[in-house]
Design a protein around this ligand. Structure first.
Ligand code: B3K
Ligand code: ZN
Length: 887
């Protein structure tokens, strides 16, 4: 916690450090009352630095015991500490600093630095947690060779882990033991890790492409050893994929993953010793849903891929965060697409981006993929850095094609191996292998905001030409009022009555056309430009932004007939799905308009017919059908609105859902019955697809209001042999809202808890289902849940399930006109501000969107932000978000 007002730091002020640290030797003595850390650091002065520059190290909440340079103890005049630093006034050009500090991991509730989670010790150092362990140059451009010795009680902590390879171990006095680790790869401090605990390991091995054997070891608490297999298999698939697709091989003899219960985010890519939130590594069919199985696969892969994109080649400074995160998200999403259904993965990624990243871009925390400044870096682990960053890399991939992109990534890894570099270095490698000019493209990294593409067209029947005119613009964001045009790939095709039409673009070189000649990537660069297609024999419907080839908002005036045609005929799975969403939106808007006039407005029959056709088309991937039949979320509709009308969005969307459910009841029932299976559970893409459609059908059956629907859900709940079906049934019953469902919901929630109360991750889901329940009185329920025996205010997963579920997954109740939801959230944030600033600041997100609501809600939300702002000792995390939201 800082006394002075936190200040912003700027990318333009970047300077190399005055010193480098060649070697980092750490010794940890873990005791019950404190941990003593002795660091021996080999410093050399940077050639470019001032010869007299003092040594200034980062450090926070450290109890300094002693300092020595080259074996000579320093006296108090030689140094000075401030709240977040240690200055040693005069040092030679090369020297060894020995520093002893004490820390109290058991009191560290921020879950940053070294802390205790249940019975174990673990670390989280990214971005700036290492400075809570010892004084250091805690910045990613200082890369060092680490050795780590850990000593602790042998009974309580039989397992002692750090990065790299174990090199020595032994017994010590008083029942203690020690292990020494050495990591031969240079790394910044944010990749340091330490774990001590009583853990079980599950082992496997992987033979790399060059024939080396790597030991794979996953550590969990004993009770969880039956939930490791999926992560292990995912890890092996990821290792193989990175060799096949990127030519990247693993570089140590051992790769470890440790599962930890109290963790601020999903996982962390520490060199050779990944630390995971249990929710992102543990999985088995009894306790884990399909969604979580896929998340485990994706996160295991993501962290593994960081070994090259992040660890071997790291970031020069935190403004470059997307260099590793955007690229690694792109890599993991391609991996998931290859392992499962490409279209489903694309739709999921785009939904997330359009719903939450676009909202971020439109709010007070909007920032470029390469931010120009920040106050607290922890606030910049955002959807913009991760998801938009990945989209920007994807665009480079589309512009270059897979072969050139691979050449570019090879060059990047080879050129910068062992270095800390910038986004510019990454793009330069892509430019060098392709000879392309990425100057204009760099605006994707430097300008915040979501561009809008407005497309119009003209068909000339006589000349048989079809002209597309593309205009682009981008709304202002806090960091800049006006934006320059972007360079973007616009993938598209044309549909005639019978399907895809061949494309002949005027003036295009033959090789810009794809093999099948019905899909093309147009390169858009100007504020307005036109593309003319020749030999177009009939007036086409354009299929635009195929695969969502650029992270933009697309405006084209589709008629409902056009949308129905795209839904049934388009060869691009993404556009097919998108057409269903646009059609659904139009129908929901109809209802929002008509709700004021009639209590039960009609729903466009054409939409219902189009949905029926999709449902009955057994040739389609059931997962795509499920996605097409899922109405746009309330959050997405809200993102698209100029002023969010909470009630109207909620009721209109539910109304359309109910009408669909009633009119297509028989079809949903058929689908539900057709997809029943007696096969054993398996989390493969095909089975997941079938379950997703079956459970979507169940959702509509329950929403129809018919008693039979509820009975089917009850039967599924009682008989399910896997968590996906069980949870889908429970959610449907708990959220049904009819009086008939009430007692059933009570019974099922009780049964579910009774059965799973010893499985913390399942209990999180149980909390979340209730916190997200859209029925009335949610706030009361949430308050009760927070008193529940299984709730734990110190555990981020529990907070996310209950508080996050309510504030981010229950819009109709959180935004209740009384403002009670806002006040409740603000109270919790103030409570968390000191305890866990990162969690506090994350949970603030819904309040930051206040400007998008009606005047009444604006006032209430703003008032809560003002209350938070008044708090005396605000963490920099909360301070930054609150002040930016109010400015
Ligand atoms: N690199 C970490 C995130 C660290 C967040 C620090 N507040 C996980 C990941 O993106 O892989
Ligand atoms: Zn990452």
């Amino acid at each position: 916690m800082k006394d002075a007002q936190p200040r912003a730091i700027f990318l333009k002020d970047y300077q190399e450090p005055d010193f480098w640290i060649k070697k980092t030797d750490l010794d940890f003595q873990l005791n019950d009352e404190y941990c003593e850390v002795t660091s021996t650091l080999t410093f050399v002065r940077n050639d470019k630095a001032d010869k007299n520059a003092a040594l200034i190290l980062h450090g926070q909440d450290l109890d300094l015991q002693s300092l020595a340079i080259d074996g000579k103890a320093l006296s108090e005049e030689d140094w000075q500490t401030a709240e977040e630093s240690l200055t040693i006034h005069s040092v030679p050009d090369a020297f060894e600093l020995r520093c002893v500090t004490r820390i109290k991991p058991q009191d560290n509730t921020s879950l940053e630095g070294l802390y205790r989670s249940r019975t174990m010790y673990c670390t989280q150092c990214e971005a700036e947690g290492f400075r809570k362990i010892t004084y250091y140059l805690d910045r990613p451009d200082v890369m060092s060779e680490f050795s780590t010795r850990i000593e602790a009680d042998k009974n309580a902590f039989p397992i002692l882990l750090s990065n790299g390879n174990p090199v020595e171990s032994g017994e010590a006095d008083n029942g203690r033991h020690w292990v020494k680790w050495h990591d031969p790869h240079l790394k910044p401090a944010y990749l340091f890790a330490l774990v001590a605990g009583n853990l079980c390991n599950i082992d496997d091995k992987f033979i790399t492409q060059s024939g080396r054997e790597v030991l794979l070891r996953i550590f969990v608490e004993e009770k969880d050893t039956d939930k490791v297999d999926h992560a292990m298999q995912s890890l092996k698939r990821a290792m193989k994929w990175d060799e096949d697709v990127y030519g990247r091989e693993y570089d140590l003899d051992i790769f470890m993953i440790v599962a930890v219960d109290d963790f601020n985010m999903g996982a962390m890519e520490n060199k050779g010793l990944n630390i995971f939130n249990t929710s992102c590594v543990l999985a088995n069919k009894d306790t884990t849903t399909d969604f979580s199985f896929q998340r485990v696969e994706a996160v295991v892969a993501h962290e593994y891929f960081h070994n090259w994109s992040g660890n071997r080649v790291t970031c020069r400074d935190w403004f470059q965060l997307s260099l590793k995160e955007g690229f690694t998200v792109f890599r993991d999403s391609e991996f998931s697409a290859d392992m499962n259904s490409r279209t489903v993965k694309r739709v999921e990624d785009v939904s997330l981006l359009r719903t939450l990243q676009f909202a971020e871009d439109a709010g007070p925390m909007a920032h470029p993929v390469q931010p120009a400044s920040f106050i607290e870096i922890s606030n910049f682990y955002t959807l913009t850095i991760y998801e938009k960053g990945a989209e920007v890399v994807r665009m480079i991939h589309s512009l270059l094609g897979p072969e050139l992109f691979r050449k570019g990534s090879d060059l990047y890894f080879e050129r910068h191996d062992g270095q800390a570099v910038t986004i510019e270095d990454f793009v330069a490698a892509m430019a060098d292998v392709s000879g392309r000019d990425f100057n204009q493209f760099m605006r994707w990294y430097r300008q915040a905001g979501t561009p809008v593409l407005t497309i119009s067209d003209r068909y000339d029947a006589n000349a048989q030409t079809y002209t597309l005119t593309v205009k682009q613009s981008c709304p202002p964001t806090p960091e800049s009022e006006s934006k320059l045009p972007y360079h973007l790939p616009l993938k598209m095709g044309l549909l005639g009555d019978a399907g895809a039409l061949p494309l002949k673009l005027r003036g295009a070189a033959a090789d810009t056309e794809t093999a099948d000649n019905t899909s093309i990537v147009l390169e858009v660069k100007d504020a307005e430009e036109s593309f003319v297609f020749e030999n177009v024999q009939e007036k086409p419907v354009p299929s635009l932004l195929r695969d969502f080839s650029a992270p933009v908002k697309l405006k084209y005036n589709y008629s409902r007939m056009d949308l129905a045609r795209l839904m049934s005929l388009d060869t691009d799975g993404f556009c097919r799905w998108d057409a269903s969403q646009q059609f659904a939106l139009q129908v929901i808007y109809d209802v929002m308009r008509d709700l004021t006039k009639a209590p039960s407005p009609e729903v466009d029959e054409a939409f219902i017919e189009a949905c029926k056709a999709v449902l009955e088309d057994e040739s389609l991937d059931p997962a795509i059908v499920a996605l097409m039949l899922t109405l746009p979320s309330e959050d997405y509709i809200a993102e698209l609105a100029t002023v969010i009308d909470v009630e109207s969005i909620h009721f209109a969307r539910n109304h359309v859902k109910r009408k669909l459910a009633q009119k297509l009841y028989a079809t949903f029932l058929q689908v539900y019955e057709r997809l029943q299976t007696h096969e054993a559970y398996s989390p493969d893409a095909e089975s997941i697809a079938r379950r997703s459609l079956k459970n979507l059908a169940l959702h509509y059956l329950v929403q129809s209001g018919k008693e039979e629907g509820l009975k089917l859900a009850e039967a599924q709940f009682d008989n399910a042999d896997n968590m996906t079906d069980s949870q889908a049934a429970l959610t449907n019953i708990a959220h049904a809202g009819s009086s008939a469902a009430e007692s059933l919901a009570e019974r099922c929630l009780k049964d579910f808890y009774g059965r799973w109360k010893n499985e913390s991750l399942v209990v999180n889901q149980w909390f979340s289902i209730q916190a997200r329940n859209p029925q009335r009185d949610a706030l009361k329920r949430v308050e009760t849940l927070m008193q529940h025996e299984a709730f734990d205010f110190n555990n981020p997963n529990k907070l996310r399930s209950v508080l996050g579920g309510f504030a981010m997954g229950n819009p109709i109740n959180f935004h209740d006109r009384s403002g009670n939801g806002y006040a409740f959230l603000a109270q919790q944030i103030l409570k968390l501000n000191k305890q866990n600033p990162q969690m506090a600041s994350r949970l603030l997100t819904p309040l930051t969107k206040w400007k998008k609501y009606d005047e009444h809600r604006q006032k209430l939300m703003k008032a809560q932000l003002e209350i938070i702002k008044k708090e005396e000792k605000l963490s920099p995390d909360v301070y930054e978000v609150v002040t930016k939201s109010l400015s």
